[in-house]
Ligand binder design. Structure first.
Ligand code: ATP
Length: 362
């Protein structure tokens, strides 16, 4: 069990490539922290610095109140689970799980106790004598988890551990990792590029981009109040709609899209900070979920370009004059491509961003 903190941490490879820039983040004892961001944003580098596999160029790593920058990996009491399991093919499941403990000269009895306990947690009891080649992908990943559990480490690090599995198995293993976290009450850091995985796993999600922390928050905070346009676009599927335009005031407050064709009246009382942006450029954002079909004629008329039916929901790709917009609505049967519809956009769920800084305004 442990707490950890990264304080003003940067990583510069070979004095040239800044992979991570001035990161601050902390985990409480027993917390599951998810690092999420696009490829190359520095997730793996952060994990490797915590594990001690990569030197920290600037800043401090603190575990349980102690600065750990110069402590060798083997003395950090951290276990890492990788994407490619890295199991030894010639060893059985039992041997794979016990290998690290044998190296550390842990007694046979203790090894047996720990392996059997981990096998019980992971449902591997009947597979202990099999070799990795005779296991499914999910079972192999469980063995890799087992190998980490038997070490009883202070901190677990997961580097995209599920990305080699198919979608169904991934969902199942995600649930198992959550269960594991509950049972072990261990401090865990989980890296993924998949925002859905992040949203379903995290107590605390850290969104990274270009080596910098963009936002740290609970899943709903990131969804409802993204601090900038990057987080707004990254979290949620389909992605948020963005339209560049201007706030005009003509009695009412109106957002007018750049090309003049998209207009949306809104109540300024919900967006006090926008008052200083009148006649200035802003970016309007709204989620596909916040569009709905209107039975009455509304001011916003759209043409359905194409649509994806997902069973209980439909994704609509719409054109409002020259502006493309995505909507996600509950299933209705009478829509077809080329059809004209009237829509409403939930005026309490608008997001506004500064067009220069891309930071949230409201
Ligand atoms: P992915 O999701 O693709 O694994 P990531 O978010 O984990 O990406 P990192 O692997 O941490 O990203 O890489 C961050 C940046 O640092 C990238 O620009 C990468 O090219 C660079 N980088 C990583 N390792 C090294 C290295 N050993 N030497 C130089 N640059 C590196």
């Amino acid at each position: 069990m442990a707490t950890f903190e990264l304080k003003n941490v940067s990583k510069i490879y070979d004095g040239k490539v800044t992979a991570v820039q001035n990161i601050n983040l902390a985990a409480d004892d027993g917390e599951l922290v998810v690092l999420v961001g696009p490829s190359g944003c520095g997730k793996t580098t952060v994990l490797r610095m915590i594990a001690g596999l990569e030197e920290i160029t600037e800043g401090e790593l603190i575990i349980d109140g102690k600065i750990m920058n110069d402590v060798p990996p083997k003395d950090r009491d951290i276990a890492m689970v990788f994407q490619n399991y890295a199991l030894y093919p010639h060893m059985t499941v039992y041997e794979n799980m016990s290998f690290g403990l044998r190296l550390r000269k842990v007694s046979k009895n203790e090894i047996d106790k720990r392996v059997m306990n981990a096998a019980g947690i992971l449902g591997l009891e009947n597979l202990l004598n099999r070799k990795p080649a005779a296991l499914s992908g999910g079972q192999r990943q469980r063995v890799a988890l087992g190998r980490a559990i038997v070490r009883n480490p202070k901190i677990f690090l997961f580097d995209e551990p599920l990305s080699n599995l198919d979608a169904k198995l991934r969902t199942q293993m995600r649930a198992e990792i959550l269960k594991l976290h509950r049972e072990l009450q261990a401090t865990m850091v989980y890296v993924t590029h998949d925002q859905i995985e992040a949203m379903t796993l995290g107590d605390k999600i850290v969104v990274l981009n270009e080596g910098k922390v963009q936002q740290i928050g609970k899943p709903l905070e990131l969804f409802d109040k993204p601090v900038n346009k990057f987080v707004a676009a990254f979290i949620g599927t389909p992605s948020m709609n963005f339209i560049e335009g201007k706030i005009e005031r003509n009695g009412d407050y109106v957002f007018v899209g750049e090309t003049g064709s998209f207009r949306l009246k809104f109540n300024i009382h919900n967006y006090d900070k926008l008052k200083t942006y009148v006649n200035q450029s802003v970016v309007l954002g709204f989620r596909p979920e916040d569009i709905k079909l209107s039975e009455n004629e509304t001011e916003i008329k759209a043409v359905i370009e194409f649509m994806e039916t997902l069973g209980s929901e439909i994704i609509l790709y719409l054109k409002i004059d020259d502006v493309s917009v995505t909507g996600k609505i509950n299933m209705v049967t009478d829509l077809k491509p080329g059809g004209k519809i009237s829509i409403e956009i939930n005026e309490n769920k608008l997001h506004f961003f500064d067009s220069t800084t891309k930071q949230r305004i409201n």
